[in-house]
Design a protein. Structure first.
Lengths: 333, 283
């Protein structure tokens, strides 16, 4: 780290930014364009596809007004221009079912999903990496087979099923945790409210952790085993260090790069899992919002939700990409 | 500490376990209707019966035999998973080979598409596409394939890229070997084992996606899969009565065992492929 002058290091980061940022911008543009194209390409009534099924039950002049806003009577290129300009202003369209702008609805629900996914990501990473380091430190054929089998099995279970089982045991039978929702209806204030929110978070977060810790474990284990064969680990052991400190102090930091990258790349998968898990627990995040929109055939809301979720995931990926050289000196040189 | 043979044996053990389980479920999927005690689509008894000798897993809300539904679900889930995975791997393979072989503009465009498909959150994308399409088995397969082709494409591409620089391929080119011959003689044999390993990996993801779609109610409304069984059981409040033990537990367990078996077989295959391609396996 010390042998690279600060100026040149900054230069590299900038160059990396210059390569990566356009790629991610392109992804966002493609996602936005797909959102524009989908309702116009799909078979069906364009009014319904653009405004949602509720449009059929609205007064004709409201629909005409809204269609004029969307610009359906204009050439496609003009519509596209208007659509993109709207997006740039944060205008994601209007949900006639909720009678509110899509951006407001999404903004209400998104923080809950971020809380859920963030908690699960943090816990599953710490747990998975620690278990992997432990597994590498105490190797043995029986134990290897057992741990690989167990974590692969966990990774193979459908999250909603695990969620249902947790719900049955802890909420329906033992009645120690809430059955559904994000906060209690008789909303309290202050510290009691924080406690209430955390209590509602336990089961959905535990579900996501259980079904994603396997992936973290398997990945961390593989990269630790790769590191364990390196010369400096041999040196550390030759110095007479204990196996535990070899595993946790020498091997783990070196293996942390692929782990860190993959953790950030897992955000997309976790967000997807969260959508399903939210439904199990009626957790009022963006996932339940999208599923409601899907059933109400509220297309603007559905697309707005996916677009914002895509933005968040792309943002996290970009951060991961930029952190990458900071974590691994080998890439920096 | 580095026990060279240990990892290999671990993977082989798991792969054998997986293969045996898959054979069992495969037989169930093919001969299910002959094995099942009742016709899964017919009323076989009173609704909400508890398990008994006549109905080993009881009956559902309209009196269908749950065990027979479970056996029928094997066919639906496996068929959708395997077909969707086959399509993804074939599409991904074609994209990967053309991208790695042609390079240049083709490569740039295809790889941006791969980036897109890899970054966009899959399940939300599944929900959007499934909402627009008509419900049914065919669109379910299509939807799953749409989100799963990218990973095989990227893996195949990097294999083709490294293949271009290998001496035997360079030698063949100096002798004047051209496109179709090179692809047939050198690219296909090198890429096929990778694609088989990818196929097995993708099947397990495809099955998980299929059950997730069915569970949220975007699956085939006619054919009962393991995912829609769980959905129906939940909607009929099975978790408030004791019925979850025979109505929710078994289908979920079947999904987990099948998906896990594919993953085990995949572990074994992956290692063989790695050894064959001269890469060092780390597990």
């Amino acid at each position: 780290m010390a042998d690279v002058p600060a100026g040149r290091r900054r230069h590299r980061v900038l160059r990396r930014l210059a390569v990566r940022v356009p790629q991610y911008v392109l992804i966002v543009l493609v996602a936005a364009s797909a959102n524009f194209a989908l309702p116009r390409l799909m078979p069906g009534e364009p009014v319904e596809l653009l405004l949602g099924e509720m449009a059929n039950r609205l007064p004709a002049e409201t629909v005409a007004q809204e269609l004029a806003d969307v610009g359906l009577d204009q050439p496609l290129l003009v519509q596209y221009g208007r659509y993109m300009a709207g997006l740039a202003r944060g205008d994601l369209g209007y949900s006639f079912r909720h009678r509110r702008p899509v951006s407001t609805l999404v903004a209400e629900r998104l923080p809950w999903t971020i809380l859920l996914v963030g908690t699960a990501l943090l816990i599953s990473t710490i747990l998975g990496v620690a278990l992997a380091a432990f597994a590498v430190w105490r190797r043995g054929r029986r134990r290897d087979t057992a741990s690989i089998a167990l974590f692969t099995f966990l990774e193979s279970t459908p999250p909603f099923w695990i969620g249902l089982l947790l719900l049955i045991w802890f909420a329906a039978n033992l009645k120690v945790l809430p059955l559904y929702g994000t906060v209690s209806v008789d909303a309290t204030t202050g510290l009691a409210r924080v406690g209430d929110i955390l209590l509602h978070l336990v089961l959905p977060a535990a579900t996501l952790v259980l079904t994603s810790v396997g992936a973290v474990f398997l990945l961390a284990r593989a990269s630790l085993l790769g590191v364990v064969r390196e010369d400096y680990v041999l040196v550390a052991r030759a110095k007479g260090l204990r196996e535990r400190s070899v595993a946790f102090r020498h091997a783990l930091p070196a293996a942390s790069l692929p782990i860190a990258t993959s953790v950030l790349l897992r955000v997309g998968a976790l967000a997807g899992g969260a959508v399903i898990v939210e439904r199990v627990f009626s957790y009022r995040g963006i996932g339940t919002l999208m599923l409601e929109a899907s059933f109400g055939r509220d297309f603007p809301l559905l697309q707005g939700g996916v677009f914002v979720l895509t933005l968040v995931v792309v943002g996290v990926n970009l951060v991961g990409d930029l952190l990458y050289p900071r974590l691994d000196p080998r890439v920096r040189r | 500490m580095s026990k060279a043979g240990s990892g290999r044996r671990t993977n082989r053990t798991l792969a054998i376990v997986g293969a045996v389980m898959l054979t069992l479920f495969g037989l169930l999927a093919v001969f299910g209707s002959a094995i099942a005690p009742y016709d899964a689509g017919e009323r076989a008894g009173r609704p909400f019966l508890e398990p008994s000798r006549d109905h080993l897993l009881g009956t559902d809300d309209v009196g269908h035999d749950i065990l027979s539904e479970l056996i029928g679900g094997a066919r639906v889930s496996l068929l959708i998973g395997v077909t969707a995975a086959a399509i993804s791997v074939v599409v991904g393979g074609l994209v990967g080979v053309s991208s790695g072989y042609r390079r240049g503009a083709v490569d740039a465009v295809l790889m941006r598409a791969v980036d897109f498909a890899l970054v966009v959150p899959t399940i939300p994308l599944l929900i959007v596409v499934a909402t627009y399409l008509e419900r049914g088995m065919r669109s379910q397969i299509l939807v799953v394939a749409v989100v799963l082709w990218a990973q095989p494409a990227r893996i195949v591409r990097s294999q083709v890229l490294s293949l271009r620089e290998r001496t035997h391929v360079l030698a063949a080119r100096t002798y004047g070997a051209r496109g179709p011959y090179l692809v047939r003689r050198h690219v296909v044999p090198a890429v096929t084992p990778l694609l088989i390993a990818e196929f097995v990996r993708v099947v397990s993801i495809a099955i998980l996606f299929e059950v997730a779609l069915s569970f949220i109610g975007l699956g085939d409304p006619v054919r009962r899969s393991w995912g829609s069984m769980i959905q129906f059981a939940t909607d009929r409040g099975a978790f408030l009565t004791g019925a979850w033990k025979w109505w929710i537990l078994p289908p979920g367990l079947c999904i987990a065992v099948v998906v896990c078996s594919f993953a085990f077989v995949g572990l074994g295959l992956e290692e063989r492929v790695d050894r064959r391609l001269g890469r060092s396996a780390t597990t």
